[in-house]
Design a protein around this ligand. Structure first.
Ligand code: ZN
Length: 259
């Protein structure tokens, strides 16, 4: 079964009707998973499993409950997605920032674990009804992330992938784009990995002087899409940035300006 079906099966099995009813720890123990928390170096979570049970280790340095929940759900994703394939493939994973948010297409099983976690924690009908008719922006992502108790980046990605508003999110570090995720309704489609953050973006200020304005800003589309020869000069987007100090990264959100 695919990751979405695996997550939905659990939601139905335990009759969860809202994110508030979803007690991950209870679910974990009911499904023959064990959990321990200890200091881990260079990763947030680990799992070792066979086709019946699994042991998840969480990094006890994670202080943010929302990040903890996403990490836990991601590790559970490895178990539910892969326990039937155990004879064919590896049965242990070490997962960190790159695995959760790297959007590396070659890491197939990491992406599937993320898809499972996103569906379980932010079940599509719950997510769409919560965000419906609300204006996009970092405030909405923050509010949604608190409601679903999921990390900000995971929430922003979910918003881009299943939201009905044209949006894009970009993760950058050291002045360069690590990855971007662009909603199907967004007018432009492509930002290359390694794209240099331009001065027109407030994200640039963080890499320049470690300061960034929190409010939204109207910026020309070529700020992020100058490599796209189809990018119109008179197209503008709203931009808003959020600094992830733990990772020294900036998460940028773009959405359409109906000027
Ligand atoms: Zn993983």
């Amino acid at each position: 079964m695919n990751p979405l079906e695996n997550a939905i099966k659990l939601i139905e099995k335990y009759c969860y009707e809202s994110p508030q009813e979803l007690d991950l720890l209870k679910l974990l123990y009911a499904e023959d998973l064990k959990l321990k928390e200890e200091p881990l170096n260079d990763c947030e979570g680990k799992i070792l499993f066979d086709n019946e049970m699994g042991l998840i280790t969480l990094n006890n340095k994670i202080k943010d409950e929302r990040q903890k929940r996403f990490t836990l759900a991601h590790e559970m994703g490895h178990f539910f997605n892969e326990k039937h394939l155990i004879e064919l493939k590896k049965n242990n994973y070490t997962c960190g920032f790159e695995e959760f948010y790297g959007l590396n297409k070659s890491k197939r099983w990491e992406n599937k674990a993320n898809e499972f976690a996103a569906e379980l924690l932010m079940h599509k009908p719950w997510f769409q009804s919560f965000t419906k008719n609300k204006l996009p922006g970092m405030e909405l992502i923050q509010e949604t992330s608190e409601y679903f108790k999921v990390s900000l980046t995971a929430t922003a990605l979910r918003y881009v992938f299943i939201g009905q508003y044209p949006t894009a999110i970009i993760m950058s570090k050291d002045g360069k784009v690590l990855w971007s995720a662009i909603n199907e309704y967004f007018p432009l489609k492509w930002i290359p990995v390694g794209y240099k953050v331009r001065k027109e973006s407030a994200a640039y200020d963080y890499f320049d002087c470690k300061e960034v304005q929190k409010c939204k800003d109207l910026i020309p589309a070529y700020t992020w899409f100058s490599d796209d020869f189809k990018c119109p000069r008179d197209l503008y987007f709203y931009e808003q940035n959020f600094v992830m100090y733990n990772y020294d990264c900036v998460l940028t959100m773009l959405w359409e300006w109906e000027g």
